[in-house]
Ligand binder design. Structure first.
Ligand code: HEM
Length: 406
């Protein structure tokens, strides 16, 4: 949140990588934390079991959990805290393994890939309607394409009524903005709504992901509670739309401001999967991992990190590390040859690797393809440098535009 770093994050991260690749600073809520900025260190730490996601997993931990401080700050009532603290990202093995396995049984590659026709249909419908949303000759692609596309897709996949998508979008925004006065009503409303939805679905099971999770819950293996089920739904819907919307809008802005690259993509659509890897590297929406904690004393790049200290892995810095990428500042859609696995850290890595990465990539591929097929002469309505970023987001480390006028 340092204003100088925010004004020039890439220059700032570059200086940190060179001069202080592990540096002590403060997280947004004041928690002291070590910031790690080099690619190899970030990647290695994502696989290092000595780093844990819950302070309680640190041997000899006190009850002083910074997440509770955050809950106090946000005025989240006691009885609703388990819904925020029990998400996969907030747990460590064996708890994490149990939850992730359970959801992966439903969140299958087949189910995700089976979404293609539905995603194409939603994208087509939104693009047809786009001219209706032009004000002053410009349409806002973030509000009228990227957001509705990603929220409707995730609602479809999970089995949440599409008619509720506006509500979910608002709840997501309230959570991200972290404004206690908004959360006081919207958080309990979201939890209550989800409990009701699960009750209704239990009485009328279908073949959606939610029905699958409920069936699993009722089967002999069981193993997930109602609170966990609600947390799954909330996590999937919220984690699944906001980030993807910003990948689509950041990626579109990047393509429109690099006409040579866009021309290559249009003339050779085969490169699309690699192009999406590169757009994730170059302008992925998530800047850092969640806070992690050293479960024992560690040494990283010559710096000692004492047991119990918090660690923040700076993914965007890792993605621009010249030790890893030649000419990292250059957007190069052919950097990741067809068939090559992604090599950026925008979806994280290791046991907490983004559960929805394949869905997000599929949505982005379809979103870019459909958009430029339908509107081949699309242009930004302002200079790239004039695009406004959400700089003072309360949630740290997110990399988002406020709107994308085209
Ligand atoms: C985890 C980014 C889309 C669900 C993560 C992590 C990152 C990330 C960086 C790991 C964080 C860490 O280790 O600290 C993104 C980006 C997306 C995206 C950039 C879009 C462009 C999605 C979608 C879904 C999803 C579509 C769901 C359908 C999750 C879940 C986790 C996660 C459940 C936690 C996994 C675990 O702890 O095991 N995501 N994500 N994400 N993501 Fe995503």
């Amino acid at each position: 949140m340092d204003p100088d770093l925010m004004a020039d994050p890439f220059g700032g991260y570059g200086r940190l990588r060179e001069q202080a690749p592990v540096v002590h600073g403060r997280y947004l809520d004041g928690t002291p934390a070590w910031f790690v900025t080099r690619h190899d260190d970030v990647r290695a730490l994502l696989h290092d079991r000595r780093l844990v996601n819950t302070p309680a997993s640190v041997p000899g931990a006190t009850d002083d959990d910074p997440r509770l401080k955050m809950m106090d700050m946000l005025a989240i009532p006691e009885e609703l805290r388990p819904y925020l603290m029990g998400s996969m990202l907030d747990t460590d093995p064996p708890e994490h393994t149990r939850l992730r396995k359970r959801v992966l049984r439903e969140f299958t590659a087949r189910r995700v890939m089976g979404m293609r026709p539905r995603i194409e249909e939603i994208a087509g419908r939104l693009l047809d309607a786009l001219p209706r949303h032009t004000a002053d000759g410009a349409a806002d692609l973030l509000a009228h394409y990227a957001y509705p596309l990603s929220i409707q897709v995730i609602c479809n996949l999970v089995g949440v009524p599409e008619a509720d998508s506006d509500k979910w979008q608002q709840w997501g925004e309230d959570l991200i903005a972290m404004r206690p006065e908004r959360l006081a009503t919207s958080f309990p409303a979201m939890i209550e709504h989800t409990h009701r939805l699960i009750g209704e679905r239990r009485a009328d099971l279908g073949d959606d992901l939610l029905s699958g999770l409920i069936r699993g819950q009722d089967s002999s293996e069981g193993g997930i509670s109602d609170v966990e089920l609600v947390t799954f739904v909330v996590t999937l819907v919220l984690a699944g739309h906001e980030t993807t919307a910003h990948l689509i809008s950041n990626g579109t802005a990047a393509l429109l401001s690099h006409p040579g690259q866009l021309a290559q993509l249009r003339s050779d659509p085969e490169i699309m999967p690699g192009a999406v890897h590169e757009l994730m590297r170059w302008c992925g929406p998530v800047q850092t991992g969640r806070l992690r904690y050293a479960a024992e004393d560690m040494e990283v790049a010559g710096t000692r990190i004492p047991r119990g200290d918090a660690v923040l892995l700076v993914f965007v810095s890792a993605n621009f590390d010249p030790r890893r990428y030649t000419d990292p500042d250059r957007l190069d859609l052919r950097r990741h040859p067809v068939g090559q696995a992604e090599n950026h850290l925008g979806f994280g890595h290791g046991i907490h690797y983004c559960l929805g990465a394949s869905l997000a990539r599929l949505e982005a591929e379809i979103a870019f393809g459909s958009l430029f097929d339908r509107y081949p002469d699309l242009r930004l309505a302002l200079e790239p440098a004039e695009l406004e970023r959400r700089e003072r987001m309360r949630l740290p480390g997110q990399w988002r535009l406020t709107r994308l006028p085209v």
